[in-house]
Design a protein around this ligand. Structure first.
Ligand SMILES: Nc1ncnc2c1ncn2[C@@H]1O[C@H](COP(=O)(O)OP(=O)(O)O)[C@@H](O)[C@H]1O
Ligand SMILES: Nc1ccn([C@H]2C[C@H](O)[C@@H](COP(=O)(O)OP(=O)(O)O)O2)c(=O)n1
Length: 671
């Protein structure tokens, strides 16, 4: 996950490849709750690992459920409908799929078995309405208090042992604000219909007021209830009967399918950019129980070329530009946001209607989408329950606010396919449902080599290049190339193989056969980690010698260039700005006085438990500098357009801040 303040996406051009989707959020959180309430234990496979499922898991643990990892799956032993913990304060983040059903289930359990529970979340959760659900539960006799504003969490749920619920009359609930209220009741009421002790229990009827929105989500609920042994009788979409004597029974094992809403970004990616080869989406398809899979129909209407199998979707670009559409999106409320971004690439205005529920999600999504799409140049009209998007006439680079809303971040990343870069602010908000979304995007999306931004840091040994470059890379979410480590690995390999340090062709031949693997800062040679051995002074010294050989430099060229991949690269070495990346967007030449550098290296070696003599180190580094500066090929020297930075008197943080400041001046984003 990119846990950084912003992530800059370079202009992207094409996409292809295969993606395995993370588990569905809606299914994961329903299954977690059902397994937590059921008798017996349930082994849940392919569960989504994200912010929203973590808060649900934590809540279940606090309620006395036993949860244990088994391989990649999670085993949940449920409470069997009997409270084992009578008092708890549960923090539910911004997860509507946790807040609403847990509120209903705990209200019913507290009212019949006694107990006191407090449910709270982040500030935005406390602005998301829950009044319609509370009203419905109060009809049954549940004792629910608002701890903040009326109609919104936080809530306190209370009750006495052997309490009775008024289940005789139908429970009425509004269905036109959020279908999660109905889902919450459907998940909770089997706890009340089962009867107490010898009592037989009663049928409980739920009647929906108003037109039920987002029906497919209710279908997921009914489907999963059936898996846990409860067959709800449905009359149209207005009346649901939970049968007397219902009891949750674990089905033993459940496989969570891939998230259909998350699939929408990759379906759109294929429609926009799968020009040469398809985007293959694994984990969801025509056999899905998730309503958002019908997003595919809308994407096809806009021109996507799609082949669907039971558990797999293959997408290519079809019509281009995409075709503008007008669509009632009630059946795909979450995935429809992706259409608003596809609309940027359409041949006319796209109008998405019946989306009032967008306004009460993680943020007011209609307002947020309108503001952010305008930033890239689109003309947008919004109303209470619709949005209309006209494609930009002139695209503009934009810094996109994400409003702590994962879908805003994922959607707007798709705006980077028309020649302009896009900055995504607060990219880790995708952690709500798809922590590795951007990694997946970069795996599939390509761009022209020269559109990937590069920052080069060149300079003499121990000037702090590696420290500066790796910190910059981490701050920007860019890849990092320590080019010296490639010379060092060539030095180590040639040392091991007994190839002379003057034998350019011999070492070049060796380089072409090296089996290297990079894992963050760790480097593996033929499967063996050699990171520490590369730092040996004899290896560094040999690296300096062999780096003067033209054959060696040529042999390492392609490998270095291959590090230039989206979203960007920070490369450190001697000739990054002069030879390898002469078109780098920012070149820094880093120096520090020989005395400072010798002292730094000395401290660095001591901290690693390696003893050394500071005078020898200084003599050694001055000899290395002289050799690196005076060699005939790619000598160490600042590029003409490099900015010089002497960090002798700077801390690491100061150098990093200085270079980030320079970088910011060269990016086109105004916040
Ligand atoms: N600006 C700085 N101020 C103080 N020490 C620094 C600074 N930059 C780097 N160092 C320290 O100097 C040592 C050498 O830095 P390193 O990044 O390995 O240099 P290089 O890659 O240029 O050989 C490290 O221990 C590092 O923490
Ligand atoms: N781009 C590069 C990087 C390193 N080299 C050579 C020159 C250096 O003395 C050696 C070792 O580089 P490295 O950056 O690891 O060395 P220091 O950490 O600065 O001591 O490799 C090079 O010629 N060109």
């Amino acid at each position: 996950m990119f846990a950084i303040p912003f992530l800059d996406l370079p202009p992207l051009t094409k996409a292809s490849g295969q993606i395995r989707l993370p588990g569905s959020k809606s299914i994961s959180n329903r299954v977690l709750l059902l397994a937590g309430l059921a008798e017996g234990s349930t082994l849940v496979h392919d569960l989504l690992d994200s912010d929203d499922t973590r808060v649900m898991i934590e809540a279940l643990r606090n309620l006395g459920c036993d949860l244990a990892h088994e391989g990649g799956a999670l085993r949940i032993t449920g409470i069997g409908g009997r409270l084992s913990v009578q008092q708890a304060s549960l923090f539910l983040g911004n997860a509507g799929t946790a807040m609403r059903p847990l509120a209903a289930a705990l209200a019913v359990l507290a009212a019949t078995q006694g107990g006191q529970f407090e449910l709270s979340g982040v500030a935005r959760m406390h602005e998301r309405p829950i009044g319609d659900l509370v009203d419905a539960l109060r009809q049954l006799g549940c004792d629910i208090q608002y701890l903040g504003n009326d109609g919104y969490p936080p809530l306190r749920l209370a009750g006495q042992p052997q309490g009775q619920l008024a289940t005789g009359a139908p429970v009425r609930v509004r269905g036109d604000v959020s279908s999660q209220f109905l889902t919450a009741l459907l998940l909770a009421l089997p706890l009340a219909s089962s009867g107490q002790g010898e009592a037989p229990g009663t049928d409980i009827v739920i009647e929906v007021d108003g037109e039920l929105i987002s029906k497919p989500y209710v279908e997921i609920t009914l489907n999963l209830l059936a898996r846990f042994g409860i067959t709800v009788q449905r009359d149209g979409w207005q009346r649901f009967t939970v049968p007397a004597g219902s009891r949750y029974r674990s089905p033993g094992a459940v496989h969570v399918e891939g998230d259909a809403s998350s699939a929408s970004y990759f379906v759109a990616l294929g429609a926009i950019a799968a020009v040469d080869a398809p985007v293959l989406i694994e984990g969801v398809g025509s056999a899905s129980i998730q309503g958002d899979v019908r997003f595919v129909e809308a994407a096809v209407a806009m021109g996507a070329d799609v082949r669907m199998e039971a558990n797999r979707i293959e997408v290519r670009r079809g019509a281009w530009p995409l075709r503008a559409i007008t669509l009632d999106c009630n059946h795909i409320p979450d995935a429809a946001m992706t259409l608003a971004v596809m609309a940027l690439y359409a041949d006319g205005p796209t109008r998405l209607t019946n989306i009032a529920s967008w306004r009460v999600k993680e943020t007011d999504r209609i307002a947020a989408m309108a503001i952010e799409l305008r930033k890239v140049g689109a003309q947008v009209e919004e109303g209470a329950d619709f949005i209309e998007v006209r494609p930009p006439q002139a695209w503009q680079p934009a810094a996109i606010h994400t409003y702590d809303d994962h879908r805003m971040a994922m959607c707007l990343s798709l705006a980077a396919f028309n020649g302009v870069p896009v900055r995504i602010l607060d990219p880790q908000c995708v952690g709500k449902t798809f922590p590795d979304y951007f990694e997946a995007l970069f795996q599939l999306a390509h761009t022209h080599h020269d559109l990937v931004p590069v920052i080069t840091i060149d300079g003499p040994t121990a000037s702090g290049k590696g420290t500066l470059a790796s910190t910059l890379a981490a701050s920007l979410g860019y890849h990092f190339l320590d080019s010296g480590s490639l010379y060092r690995v060539a030095a180590l390999a040639s040392l091991r193989q007994g190839v002379a340090d003057t034998d350019g062709p011999g070492i070049a031949a060796l380089i072409s056969k090296l089996r290297l693997r990079f894992d963050g800062p760790r480097l593996f040679l033929d499967g063996e980690e050699v990171s520490d051995q590369l730092r040996r002074e004899d290896v560094g010294s040999r690296a300096s010698k062999i780096s003067a050989l033209g054959d060696v430099r040529a042999a390492l060229y392609a490998l270095q260039v291959s590090f230039r991949r989206p979203p960007g690269l920070v490369a450190d070495g001697r000739d990054m700005g002069t030879v390898i990346f002469p078109d780098a967007a920012l070149k820094v030449f880093l120096t520090a006085s020989p005395a400072t550098r010798a002292e730094r290296r000395h401290k660095q070696l001591i901290s690693k438990g390696i003893s050394s003599n500071i005078d020898d180190l200084r003599a050694d580094l001055e000899a290395r500098d002289a050799r690196d500066r005076t060699r005939a090929i790619a000598p160490l020297q600042p590029a003409e357009d490099a900015l010089l930075l002497d960090n002798s008197a700077q801390t690491v943080d100061e150098s990093v801040a200085q270079v980030l400041g320079w970088w910011e001046q060269r990016t086109p984003f105004g916040i």
